[in-house]
Structures are given as structure tokens and as C-alpha cells.
Design a protein around this ligand. Structure first.
Ligand SMILES: NC(=O)c1ccc[n+]([C@@H]2O[C@H](COP(=O)([O-])OP(=O)(O)OC[C@H]3O[C@@H](n4cnc5c(N)ncnc54)[C@H](OP(=O)(O)O)[C@@H]3O)[C@@H](O)[C@H]2O)c1
Length: 369
């Protein structure tokens, strides 16, 4: 097998001893760090050196839904010398091609995509073009396709080298928020006069609220007492209430966008709003309690993405996303404090803090690997 440019160039990541952080599938607080040997590449494979990743509640949700939604299957533990007791929660971030057995994917190419909590990942690029490639590894063939795409920084209209941390932290969250806001607008807000977000201080919630504020319905935030001041400071909610005051919500036709999953909040809204609660949509579960069965419906971005691809074309959708992203970055930059740490222990620490909800809402946690 011929390797195209296997390198020790530190600018593209070294062949230093690979490591993996894994969490116990049945107790997400238990972690282990495993060291391994450099992976051997076969024909058609590429070795990615993971460079920087972000950690938010969304990554914890991947782990909470690891079995149900098959998130554990993206990065199996066994090739890394770990038993199936352990799982690798997927993260989003940047990686560099450190070795390549695919001539179209050169060493040094930097890509954005779905990555393991580990120093390295072997992928099998397919459909390679200027915008990147897809991982066609057998174990990922039947998993949701958006997670298998790796975007090259050179072919990405929203990439800016000085905004990598924003992409690491927000890209998938903002994409969801963009499609959620679009779906609500596209359906005339289902006739609602009020949109209520739980976990309104989360990045996904306020990214959506920023796009919905001033478009018609009142946009109302429910959040923890400690996050009320931050959520107010965002300026994208007409009203901000601590969870304990959810029973004081105005009684008018309401769409509930549930990102917390807390059963008590849902019960309060149902009691207070009764038939004025016209849609109850599960978007997330920051409290780590599944709400898929208790909400009226689950938001599934691919449905709206498919609709808009048909109406606007792929380029039209990408162009609108890029425009919304540029507006968003201007709004979010002054409000975000990025904390960057380095290495496996820092990643473990960041996991524990995000899992326990100890990361302040104005902070984004980035780890260099
Ligand atoms: N459906 C989709 O396609 C999709 C896409 C993206 C994200 N999401 C979901 O949206 C949710 C928010 O994700 P994010 O990454 O935007 O979150 P984030 O910015 O990390 O959210 C932080 C906020 O979540 C709440 N929180 C965090 N940890 C908690 C804990 N341990 N217990 C209770 N509350 C906690 C707190 O908000 P409050 O004090 O305001 O409650 C906190 O300020 C996640 O569940 C994520 O999976 C869904």
C-alpha cells in the first residue's frame, strides 16, 4: 500500500502516541483515557489528526441518546482497545490529514466534521471534491448521512481562520436553529402569538431566538435562576422567566420549543396554557431526560432541509445559511467567552463540567488535542 506523504510535520499534526477518551455508556460520569499505537492505513484510507473540538450540552445529548439514536456507532471502541462498556461521544471540530492513502486527499488538508474524543481518526473518503469528502467506512454506511461529511476549509463559504472556535462551538447548533426558525416562519408560526423556549440560555435556543425575534410572535425564555441575567442580556427574548415562574406565562396561542426536557416544566405549561398550547416540540434535552415520547412531536431538521433543497436548490440553501451565519457571528462574538484548554485531561475535565451543567452559559469550551 502506498501512503501519500505520511508526515511528521508538526503543522499537520504529529504521529505522537494516539489517545482516546471514552465514557461508560451506563454512567456518563465514568471516563477512561486509553493510549494506543498509531493506526495502520489500508488502501483508500486517510488518517485524521484531530486538532480542536468544542463541548456543549449537545455532545452530552449524543451520549444520552447513544443507544436509541445509534450515536455510539460512529466511533466504535473496539479498534481502540476498549470494550463495549465504553462509548465515544461524538464531537464537532477540525482535523488535519496526517497521512493519506488517497491521492485526492492530500496531507495537510484541514477539514471540519464529526470527530471522536480522541487524537486520531481513520476515515475512508468517498465523493471527494473541492468541498471535502464523505467517510464511506462500512460501520457508518447506515448512519445518518449529514454526520459523515467532512468539509475542507478551502471549499467552505463560511470558513474563516480567525473564527474556527465559533464554527467548532456553533456550526451544527446554528444549522439546527436556522432550520427551526425557518420551519416556524414557513408555517406562519402555526398561528402562535408566543414562542416559548426552555433552556433558553443554550446556544441552540438563543441562535434560534435571534432569528425569530421581531418576526411576529413574542419570544419568551425559560431558564435557570442563575442564567436569567445572561439570557436577558442577549436581547433576543421579549420576556425572560426563571423556571419557577413558568406558571405566569401569558395565556395565548403558544408553541413550546423544549430544549431542556424537564417533565416539570412541560407539566406547568400544559396546566397553564391548556388548549392554547398549540404545538409542543422536543428540540433538545439538556436535563438528560428524554422528551421524545412526552412532547407532541420531535423537531427533525432533515425534513425542513429536504423541503428547502427542493425549493431553493442546494446552492440557494447554502447561500442563505452563509448569510444567516455571518449575521449571527456579529451578534454572538461580543457575548461569548471561549475557554481553550489542551490535551486528554483537559478534554476529560471539560466533559465532566459540561455533563454536570457547570459551564456558565456565556462560556464556550474548546479543547485542542
Ligand atoms: N434536534 C436537533 O437537531 C438538535 C440540534 C442541536 C442541539 N440540540 C439540542 O439542544 C440542546 C442544547 O444544546 P446546546 O449545545 O446548544 O447547549 P449549551 O449551549 O451547552 O446549553 C447550556 C444550557 O443548557 C442547560 N443545561 C446544561 N447542562 C445542564 C444540566 N446538566 N442540567 C440541566 N440543564 C443544563 C442550561 O440552560 P438553562 O439554565 O437555560 O436551562 C445551560 O445554560 C441539547 O439537548 C442539544 O442536543 C438538538
Amino acid at each position: 500500500m502506498h501512503l501519500f506523504g505520511l508526515t511528521d510535520d508538526p503543522s499537520v499534526g504529529t504521529m505522537s502516541r494516539p489517545w482516546t477518551l471514552a465514557v461508560a455508556r451506563d454512567d456518563l460520569r465514568q471516563t477512561t483515557i486509553a493510549a494506543g499505537d498509531p493506526p495502520q492505513l489500508s488502501d483508500g484510507e486517510v488518517l485524521l489528526r484531530v486538532a480542536r473540538v468544542g463541548l456543549t450540552a449537545n455532545n452530552v445529548t449524543y451520549a444520552v441518546l447513544g443507544e436509541a439514536m445509534r450515536y455510539w456507532e460512529f466511533f466504535p471502541p473496539e479498534p481502540r482497545g476498549l470494550s463495549r462498556r465504553w462509548g465515544l461521544p461524538p464531537l464537532w471540530g477540525f482535523a488535519d490529514v496526517a497521512a493519506s492513502a488517497v491521492s485526492e486527499v492530500p496531507v495537510g488538508l484541514r477539514v471540519y466534521g464529526y470527530l471522536p474524543p480522541a487524537s486520531h481518526l481513520v476515515v475512508r473518503p468517498a465523493r471527494v471534491d473541492g468541498s471535502g469528502f464523505r467517510d464511506a467506512s462500512t460501520h457508518r454506511a447506515n448512519l445518518p448521512t449529514p454526520y459523515n461529511a467532512y468539509r475542507s476549509t478551502s471549499g467552505d463559504p463560511v470558513y474563516r481562520a480567525d473564527q474556527e472556535d465559533l464554527l467548532v462551538l456553533f456550526r451544527p447548533l446554528f444549522y439546527t436553529a436556522f432550520m427551526l426558525a425557518d420551519q416556524l416562519t414557513d408555517n406562519d408560526f402555526y398561528g402562535a402569538g408566543q414562542l416559548v423556549f426552555s433552556s433558553a440560555s443554550s446556544k441552540t435556543a438563543y441562535a434560534a431566538a435571534l432569528q425569530l425575534h421581531g418576526r411576529g410572535p413574542r419570544v419568551v425564555a425559560l431558564t435557570s435562576p442563575g442564567n436569567v441575567a445572561f439570557t436577558r442580556s442577549l436581547g433576543c427574548y421579549d420576556e425572560v422567566l426563571p423556571y419557577a415562574d413558568a406558571g405566569d406565562l401569558a395565556v395565548l396561542p403558544t408553541v413550546y420549543l423544549d430544549l431542556s426536557g424537564a417533565p416539570a416544566t412541560r407539566a406547568t405549561l400544559r396546566e397553564r396554557l391548556a388548549d392554547q398550547l398549540i404545538r409542543d416540540i422536543a428540540v433538545g434535552l439538556t436535563t438528560q431526560v428524554s422528551n421524545a415520547a412526552t412532547a407532541g412531536e420531535v423537531f427533525f431538521a432533515p425534513v425542513q432541509i429536504r423541503k428547502r433543497r427542493l425549493e431553493w436548490g442546494n446552492d440557494g440553501l447554502e447561500q442563505r445559511f452563509a448569510e444567516a451565519w455571518r449575521h449571527f457571528t456579529v451578534a454572538v462574538l461580543p457575548r461569548l467567552e471561549v475557554h481553550t484548554e489542551d490535551g486528554p485531561d483537559a478534554l476529560r475535565q471539560a466533559w465532566q463540567e459540561v455533563l454536570a451543567g457547570r459551564t456558565p452559559a456565556h462560556v464556550g469550551r474548546v479543547v485542542t488535542m
